[in-house]
Design a protein around this ligand. Structure first.
Ligand code: SF4
Ligand code: MG
Length: 324
């Protein structure tokens, strides 16, 4: 499979208090050295507790946040060295779907204008019958009747608004979309409709997704591979079936065992992960997970584990990954 995106040692640190980042000044290490590849047409799920940096990672990849350091290579080009104009051109191919479709849609614009805005701004269409046909077609593809095109966002249900958000992200025919909790605000009954729509559109258009969610069952449904984030680091990454069947990082194991088992005959097990989530201001020394890890040894307190491939395609950032 063809690589579409390479992320190398990407960091996003925010200064604490006033002023810029500086040596020795306290900062929040929201993304702290993340590396992975994304392939054409695949979905990479990103999971982790809130505050683990998954949303910041998504935004930093698209330069909605300016990265502190690292590389983001999209179709062979390092996007961190692009100027504004070049970035604008690249944005046609890289889109974002937000959690809350309502707040991301301009309430004063009707759907037709919401969807045509990027096409006109990027000079792909001018106003006229061709644009009209394109928009109506796009709406139908996303399960929105095209005769709704002169309605405003408040006249739609939550699920329909997310369809509008998806249609808008697809308007420019992107190759790659970062989806940040795209179904978390929706009723469970609507969630699967939206996910199935996203899957269909992906197949039709060969789009790659990074799908950010705290919901492991949603991620399991949509992803080809899954990456687990903890305090700004990616601690495990593997094919979906592998990571759900054979988690090798103690944090992943803890997350997985907290999945409620839907079988009513079995007792639902909820293993809370021990300990508070430490803040990523004063991150623990050594392995960042050591204060909460039931398997921690002395080395874990002093030495940060490296990301290791324990079998092809299965990366673990733990001194004992592969032994569990
Ligand atoms: Fe636990 Fe040590 Fe592995 Fe960190 S490196 S996850 S503390 S066993
Ligand atoms: Mg988030």
């Amino acid at each position: 499979k063809k690589k579409i995106l390479e992320v190398r040692d990407l960091k996003k640190h925010f200064p604490l208090g006033k002023g810029k980042l500086a040596e020795g000044k306290p900062c929040v290490k929201a993304v702290d050295g993340v590396s992975f590849d994304l392939y054409e047409g695949e979905t990479l799920g990103l999971v982790g507790e809130s505050g683990c940096g998954k949303s910041t990672l998504g935004r930093t990849i698209l330069r909605l946040h300016e990265p502190t350091s690292g590389e983001v290579i999209f179709e062979g080009e390092d996007i961190l060295h692009k100027n504004r104009k070049e970035m604008r051109k690249l944005r046609e191919k890289m889109q974002f779907i937000f959690q809350d479709p309502y707040s991301s849609l301009n309430p004063r614009m009707n759907v037709f204008n919401i969807l045509s805005e990027p096409l006109i701004a990027h000079g792909i269409y001018k106003r006229g019958p061709e644009l009209e046909e394109y928009i109506k077609n796009l709406m139908e593809k996303c399960g929105l009747p095209s005769y709704y095109c002169y309605r405003y966002p408040h006249q739609f249900s939550g699920g329909q608004r997310q369809r509008i958000g998806i249609a808008r992200s697809l308007a420019l025919s992107p190759k790659f979309i970062i989806c940040d909790e795209p179904v978390s605000a929706l009723d469970v009954s609507i969630q699967s409709q939206i996910i199935n729509l996203m899957k269909d559109l992906q197949e039709e258009n060969n789009i790659s997704y990074i799908f950010i969610s705290h919901d492991l069952s949603v991620v399991k449904h949509i992803s080809d591979r899954v990456g687990v984030m903890y305090l700004g680091s990616m601690v495990e990454l593997a094919d979906k079936d592998e990571i759900y069947a054979n988690p090798q990082h103690p944090y992943t194991k803890a997350l997985m065992s907290a999945i409620p088992i839907p079988d009513p005959k079995k007792k639902t097990q909820m293993h809370a992960i021990e300990g508070e989530i430490p803040s990523n201001v004063n991150t623990p020394s050594g392995c960042k997970f050591h204060p909460r890890c039931p398997f921690a040894k002395d080395i874990c307190k002093t030495k940060e584990p490296e990301a290791r491939e324990i079998k092809p395609g299965h990366m673990v950032k733990c001194h004992f990954g592969g032994e569990f």
